[in-house]
Design a protein around this ligand. Structure first.
Ligand SMILES: NC(=O)c1ccc[n+]([C@@H]2O[C@H](COP(=O)([O-])OP(=O)(O)OC[C@H]3O[C@@H](n4cnc5c(N)ncnc54)[C@H](O)[C@@H]3O)[C@@H](O)[C@H]2O)c1
Length: 316
């Protein structure tokens, strides 16, 4: 890592790297020298520039910028990092207009370093649904779907008290409410772009709840032929041990959300809840919205950076 840009002062960034209320204390030396953070002796420059594209990434020799402020995920904004000299940009959420949405384990082979300069790994929820969809569509044609995720509250909401917000529900105190919202267009675009048969045929909502980390996904898919719980579970369990190992997990243990903190898969299917009624298959899966998704971000940053130095760029 070469540099960080955040509104927070350097000491505060270093402190939050060392101490985390969920993951505990980092077992590595972190010190500060002016506007440089030293992690195990390795220097990381720290900038504090609120405008996107204000850090001279080119001068710093940066290959990939991870745009993770939550403010600049639209392509028009995130591309300013490219104007500032970054070779590639990965946005940390689902967006409607990336050069490519990469769902690890599913379509990373589509990544073309020459054409794809702005890449999205989707969001934690769409990347949790994706390995289930990718697995079941191999055996069953998918006609449509609905999903609900019960999701730990996150910094996009007011946490402690009611506050003004463009979405009145999102402004309400997240620590004492269940707060429903529709899935964002970026999440739907991510799934529809990688699974074209579901474009316009999948939707849903998330319900933010007062848990610090952890989400449970309830995914209902309409399928084109009769199936059984055993067939669905066997297919998902096989993928978890085979083609999607590391991205999809499978359990029949009676777990709750605390039990998935620190897991690295995009989703862990809870086979005990799989249900089939008529042409509808319900699959339930757990995911760590922070550490699990951070692992996907790291995967996609590595993918975007891998060939960057040798790549010949197409277009501006
Ligand atoms: N938290 C999750 O579960 C989760 C999961 C998947 C994706 N995401 C996505 O990741 C993004 C960030 O989420 P987060 O939970 O890490 O939020 P966060 O609030 O913890 O982190 C955002 C950081 O960006 C900094 N920042 C804000 N505006 C800035 C600006 N103009 N310039 C520079 N720095 C700025 C903030 O100081 C903060 O440190 C969002 O797009 C979110 O949708 C979050």
């Amino acid at each position: 890592m070469v540099a960080i840009n955040d509104l927070a002062e350097t000491r505060s960034q270093a402190h939050l790297l060392r101490y985390d209320s969920v993951r505990g204390r980092l077992d590595t030396e972190v010190t500060v020298d002016g506007d440089t953070i030293l992690v195990d002796g390795r220097p990381i420059r720290s900038f504090h520039r609120p405008q996107v594209g204000a850090v001279p990434w080119g001068d710093l020799g940066v290959d990939v910028v991870l745009e993770a402020t939550g403010q600049f995920f639209a392509a028009e904004q995130a591309r300013r990092h490219l104007d500032a000299g970054a070779r590639r940009v990965v946005v940390s959420t689902a967006t409607v207009d990336p050069d490519l949405t990469v769902l690890m384990g599913i379509n990373e082979a589509d990544f073309d370093s020459r054409r794809h300069r702005l890449v999205s790994p989707a969001c934690c929820t769409s990347s949790a649904a994706a390995p289930i969809i990718a697995t079941l569509r191999q055996n069953l044609s998918l006609l449509g779907g609905m999903l609900t995720t019960v999701h730990a509250f996150d910094p996009t909401k007011s946490s402690l008290h009611d506050a003004p917000h463009w979405d009145p529900r999102m402004g309400r105190a997240a620590s004492v409410n269940l707060i429903p919202a529709r899935l964002k267009p970026g999440s739907l675009h991510a799934l529809g772009s990688v699974f074209p048969e579901l474009a316009g045929r999948i939707d849903g909502l998330h319900v933010r709840v007062p848990a610090i980390i952890g989400c449970v996904l309830d995914l209902d898919l309409r399928v084109d032929r009769p199936t059984t719980v055993d067939e669905v579970n066997a297919t998902l369990a096989a993928a978890a041990e085979g083609s999607l190992k590391g991205y999809l997990g499978y359990t029949e243990e009676p777990i709750v959300s605390s039990d998935i903190i620190g897991t690295t898969e995009s989703c862990i299917v809870d086979g005990g809840f799989t249900t089939v009624v008529g042409d509808t298959v319900k699959v339930v899966g757990w995911y760590d919205n922070e550490w699990g998704f951070a692992n996907r971000l790291a995967d996609v940053v590595a993918l975007a950076g891998r060939e960057v130095r040798g790549a010949t760029l197409e277009g501006p």
